[in-house]
Design a protein around this ligand. Structure first.
Ligand SMILES: Cc1cc2nc3c(=O)[nH]c(=O)nc-3n(C[C@H](O)[C@H](O)[C@H](O)COP(=O)(O)OP(=O)(O)OC[C@H]3O[C@@H](n4cnc5c(N)ncnc54)[C@H](O)[C@@H]3O)c2cc1C
Length: 462
């Protein structure tokens, strides 16, 4: 029987069917999706993953890979059938090697993002991928969703950090592509197939990753601006001054600040909260000194900003980043919310927010728009909180309708319905609609070639 076979493969500490142990693995971070599983296995080596996959492939049993389960599209949650095997990568959490000289690191898929940042830091190097869930999300999940986060402006997404991968394929074969080469044009770049595939093509078991020089003089500044248009104009002006030393550029609406201060009363916010919008910026400049402050003075005079505060030390900077990272959690505590992780051309951010906000508040009066995020990448989390005194269930029931309205506006601006969170089960139907037959047809052909039995995370992405 498959269940007994899987238990034998992973050993007594490598599986669970206990309801309370399983519960956090079967529910999505916001509680939006819930599933059932035949068995959860937690292999501790690539060979064990391969043996699990071979056994499942033989019996035609579906496998759902799971990392930190912080994904927001339901990709890591099995369906309701109770017939799918949940495969957690959590026990594969070793850093296999770090080379300061090669500026590279090799980590198993279950390493948390924070542990990888630390391993790089320990040898005087920097791993730039950073997001609010970094204490729990895993590098395998980050690569499988092609995660973005706050430093994409300078360093690119998870895709740009991957030098090589080790993957267990859908028939249980292990592909070792753990090279650390900067240049390699020997045929198709196969690792790119698995990055952003959300576990539908294979299971990532390890990755070699690109490291960077440590950031020497980070500078964190909070600006008050009049509008998203002003934020975009500020970004354009700062890029002239700072070039690629501009590392993060985050848009924060006053409503998000209010939510954070309400639900995290110990938060510190050093600017007047009357401003409608704020921008949190981080630079990695080579030099320190007065030139930065004089640049800010000239920005003030040019009316691009209405106020600004520079963090005096790392502790003040951390306070500002904590606030930015609390937005999702505070919105969760504010009631039911609907998330739309989208991207559009940077110059259109202001127009997009105006048009989309008008559309959703017309459709469901009282909807509270919280549009925030990585504006430097044109990536807005166009999130909606339920009307203040309304019913959560009634608001959530409008989810598909509101999503279609938002995505139609995104499409009209030439944007993408998923910037960094992926498709999972949340946006599967929308993908077909907005990417069209040719593009989704190619995706289906790749899926059929790599997973002919459709056992790798079926029902997700396409
Ligand atoms: C508070 C908060 C803030 C967030 N901020 C950001 C942000 O700024 N930027 C951003 O990009 N995302 C953000 N996210 C979303 C989430 O953290 C990312 O999508 C993250 O990359 C998911 O990693 P995970 O390990 O939790 O993956 P999971 O949620 O476990 O899985 C995500 C998908 O990847 C698949 N998968 C997981 N591991 C593997 C593997 N080893 N091999 C194959 N497939 C696998 C799963 O099947 C699933 O389809 C945020 C989430 C939260 C809760």
């Amino acid at each position: 029987m498959l269940v007994d076979q899987l238990k034998d493969i992973v050993g007594p500490s490598g599986w669970t069917s206990d309801a309370s142990d399983l519960e956090p693995h079967l529910t999505e971070w916001r509680g939006t999706w819930h599933g059932k599983t035949l068995l959860m296995v937690s292999p501790e080596s690539t060979e064990m993953v391969a043996a699990v996959v071979r056994a499942c492939a033989k019996s035609g049993t579906a496998i759902v890979p799971q990392g930190g389960n912080t994904g927001l599209c339901g990709g890591a949650i099995p369906d309701e059938s109770g017939k799918q095997v949940l495969l957690s990568l959590s026990r594969m959490n070793r850093i296999r090697s770090v080379s300061a000289r090669d500026y590279s690191l090799c980590a198993e898929a279950g390493c948390t993002l924070a542990s990888i940042q630390k391993a790089a830091d320990d040898v005087g190097r920097f791993f730039p991928l950073s997001l609010a869930a970094e204490g729990s999300c895993q590098i395998g999940g980050n690569l499988s969703t092609n995660a973005g986060g706050i430093n994409v402006l300078r360093y690119g997404t998870a895709r740009a950090q991957a030098l090589g991968l080790e993957v267990v394929l859908a028939d249980g074969t292990i592909w070792n592509g753990l090279r650390t080469l900067r240049k390699d044009t020997a045929g198709y770049d196969l690792k790119q197939m698995f990055i952003g595939a959300e576990g539908t093509l294979g299971i990532i078991t390890a990755a070699s990753l690109r490291l960077y020089p440590a950031v020497r003089n980070p500078e964190t500044v909070l600006f008050a601006v009049e509008s998203p248009d002003a934020a975009v104009a500020l970004l354009a002006a700062l890029r002239v001054e700072l070039s690629d030393q501009l590392q993060a550029f985050e848009l924060i609406p006053a409503r998000a600040v209010r939510f954070c201060l309400k639900h995290f009363p110990s938060s510190r916010f050093p600017l007047d909260q009357e401003s409608p919008w704020f921008v949190l910026l981080e630079t990695s400049r080579e030099s320190t000194g007065d030139d930065f402050e004089s640049m800010l003075m000239s920005l003030h005079e040019s009316a691009l900003i209405t106020d600004a505060v520079i963090a005096k030390n790392r502790s003040e900077a951390n306070d500002l980043w904590r606030l930015r990272h609390s937005i999702s959690e505070s919105q969760k505590r504010e009631g039911a919310s609907l998330k739309h992780d989208i991207s559009i051309p940077v110059a259109e951010v202001g127009n997009f927010i105006r048009v989309a906000e008008a559309a959703v508040t017309r459709a469901v009066p009282g909807t509270r728009v919280v549009a925030f995020g990585h504006v430097g990448d044109g990536n807005i989390h166009f999130n909606l909180s339920q009307p203040k005194d309304g019913s959560a269930a009634e608001f959530l029931a409008q989810g598909q309708r509101l999503a279609s309205l938002v995505y139609d506006v995104v499409d009209s601006f030439g944007g993408s319905i998923s910037a960094e969170h992926g498709i999972g089960q949340a946006k599967r139907e929308h993908l077909v609609r907005y990417r069209g037959e040719t593009e989704t047809g190619l995706m289906k052909a790749v899926k059929a070639a790599l997973d002919p039995k459709n056992i790798m995370n079926p029902g997700k992405v396409i």
